[in-house]
Write a protein that binds this ligand. Structure first.
Ligand SMILES: C[S@@+](CC[C@H](N)C(=O)[O-])C[C@H]1O[C@@H](n2cnc3c(N)ncnc32)[C@H](O)[C@@H]1O
Length: 432
């Protein structure tokens, strides 16, 4: 019998102890499961990682810190049990019984009594445990490593607590209607007919917020390209780039292709080069575009070495959705809290700087470059653009908002604001 709790304990071990990314290790561990079991594993793994500090604290309290690191799989199994008790989706006795069975499946029969006892005590002592947990600093309660909270406090002395709180909330599901296929109103009617509740965005006709996340299999016409799943913040990229019919455009860091597809949806006859350094990830761009029945020229190459792939014809517009710390999308990828290192930030900032510099000559005079990251750290965003503008007299800022200035360039979206992910955008024009 498959026990999803035992599988999830192994996945969490791969993430927390072996430092593998959740999306990479999830697939091999769950490939033999049916859709419902995979959904349950996703719920357990994401749910526990979002609140791991809480569960870890409670486990230490209840075991008097006697559960040794070589038994971390059991620790993660107990955390899964606690998460189920918190969620109340199954009866408590069933949640505990399944978790104890998970312990057997991990071949740790000797510890079934411990798992059972800790979960029962968690039920009994819940209020006292939470009172004690709430005395810990907010960043500790939400699993934010010290270096990250330091950077957030520096950048947002007033707003950092709101950010870390948003980082551990479950993210909503946004859709982008493929208006090349049908207009938004027609698609909205098909959603209503399928009993899928949603809220149309007030300002963007093609943007819909689902009341409840659902499997894409349930969305009418999804596999025929009716729409895409994309956060509202990510949907700003193509809108801000504002492609026009017939233009030659580069998506410099394109995989998995969400923004490339949106660019193609917004105008006709676009000649789009979709570049990515990772050949394997580029196949995901091909899959995205095939599903939406769109075409682009896919190029495997390094944006900081255009001499190896560029045809010498400048672009009207360039989207540079740069590799970044992803600190704006922690609510979608809670493993970032455990995998990112402080040193990564300076390394990523160097890489972003070098790609931005190498992209600039590829832009036509009068052309637009949109710099984007899903980071909330000024080191990767505002500071990057301020330095670039200082070093490139032929670059000017095209403000996204009237309040934007070269001293405070770009649009920093914070996670949770209008239900969006954290993103940064800055729009630059090359002077004639
Ligand atoms: C934030 S993701 C892009 C997401 C994508 N724009 C979308 O909306 O689907 C960053 C991408 O940059 C790629 N990348 C990293 N370094 C690169 C480089 N030097 N040149 C080109 N692509 C790079 C990564 O492989 C990754 O796919």
């Amino acid at each position: 019998m498959i026990n999803t709790r035992a599988i999830c304990a192994k996945i969490l071990f791969a993430v927390l102890d072996e430092k593998q990314s959740l999306s990479n290790c999830f697939v091999p561990f769950t490939e033999n499961l049916n859709a419902a079991q995979k959904g349950q594993c996703q719920d357990f793994c994401y749910g526990v990682l979002r609140q791991y500090a809480k569960y870890n604290y409670c486990i230490n309290q209840l075991t008097h810190s006697k559960l040794k690191p070589d038994l971390n799989q059991v620790r993660y199994l107990i955390a899964i049990g606690m998460y189920q008790l918190d969620q109340n989706r199954v009866a408590d006795h069933a949640a505990i019984a399944e978790t104890v069975e998970g312990c057997r499946q991990l071949k740790l029969d000797k510890l079934t009594g411990l798992v059972n006892a800790v979960l029962r005590e968690y039920q009994r002592e819940y209020d006292t445990l939470l009172e004690k947990l709430n005395l810990l600093p907010a960043d500790v309660q939400t699993s934010h490593p010290a270096w990250l909270s330091k950077l957030l406090k520096q950048a947002y002395p007033k707003g950092w607590k709101k950010i870390i709180k948003a980082n551990v909330q479950q993210a909503p599901m946004w859709l982008r209607v493929n208006v090349k296929k049908q207009d938004s109103e027609t698609f909205q009617q098909t959603l209503r007919d399928a009993d899928i509740s949603f809220h149309p965005d007030k300002n963007q006709a093609a943007t819909l917020l689902l009341e409840q996340a659902c499997a894409v299999e349930k969305i009418p016409g999804f596999f025929e390209g009716s729409c895409s799943v994309q956060d509202k913040a990510a949907q700003q990229a193509a809108l801000l780039l504002a492609p026009k019919a017939g233009e030659k455009i580069l998506d410099a860091c394109a995989a998995p292709g969400g923004k490339s597809a949106h660019i193609l949806e917004l105008a006709n006859d676009i000649k789009l080069d979709a570049l990515d350094i990772d050949e394997k990830r580029l196949t995901r761009v091909a899959d995205t575009l095939n599903r939406l029945q769109m075409k682009a020229c896919l190029i495997a190459g390094d944006a900081s070495k255009p001499e190896n792939w560029w045809d010498g014809q400048q672009y009207d517009r360039i989207l540079l959705d740069a590799p970044c710390s992803a600190t704006g999308v922690i609510r979608r990828h809670p493993d970032i809290l455990y995998l990112r290192r402080e040193d990564d930030i300076a390394q990523l900032a160097d890489l972003q700087k070098s790609i931005l510099q190498c992209m600039w000559p590829l832009l036509k005079p009068g052309g637009t470059l949109l710099y984007a990251t899903c980071s909330v750290l000024p080191q990767e965003n505002k500071q990057q653009i301020t330095t670039f503008l200082g070093n490139h007299p032929d670059a000017e800022l095209i403000p996204i908002f009237t309040t934007e200035s070269i001293d405070d360039p770009g649009w920093q979206i914070l996670p949770g604001s209008q239900n969006m992910d954290g993103f940064y955008y800055a729009r630059l024009r090359k002077k004639h």
